[in-house]
Design a protein around this ligand. Structure first.
Ligand SMILES: [Zn+2]
Length: 78
């Protein structure tokens, strides 16, 4: 019986933790709009190593370009 109560309490705490995390995520809102002057033209082709989808990044913000993800994997520079 006490084990059942303990499990119920743990499940309850997990539900509360996920709810608080979700509310925090929603409350923080979307990331700020990029500064138009900080956007530069680039031409970086990427290919998905899983399904073969290819795309080209034409605009980027900041110095380093983070590889986009597809099929839950980072895409490779083609
Ligand atoms: Zn893919």
């Amino acid at each position: 019986m006490t084990a059942l109560v303990l499990v119920a309490a743990l499940v309850g705490l997990a539900i509360i933790a996920v709810t608080v995390w979700s509310i925090g995520l929603i409350a923080s809102g979307p990331p700020p709009e990029p500064d138009p002057e900080d956007i530069r033209e680039v031409d970086v082709p990427y290919v998905c190593t899983v399904c073969g989808l290819s795309l080209t990044v034409s605009q980027a913000q900041g110095g380093e370009i983070t590889a986009p993800r597809h099929c839950r994997e980072n895409m490779a520079e083609a």
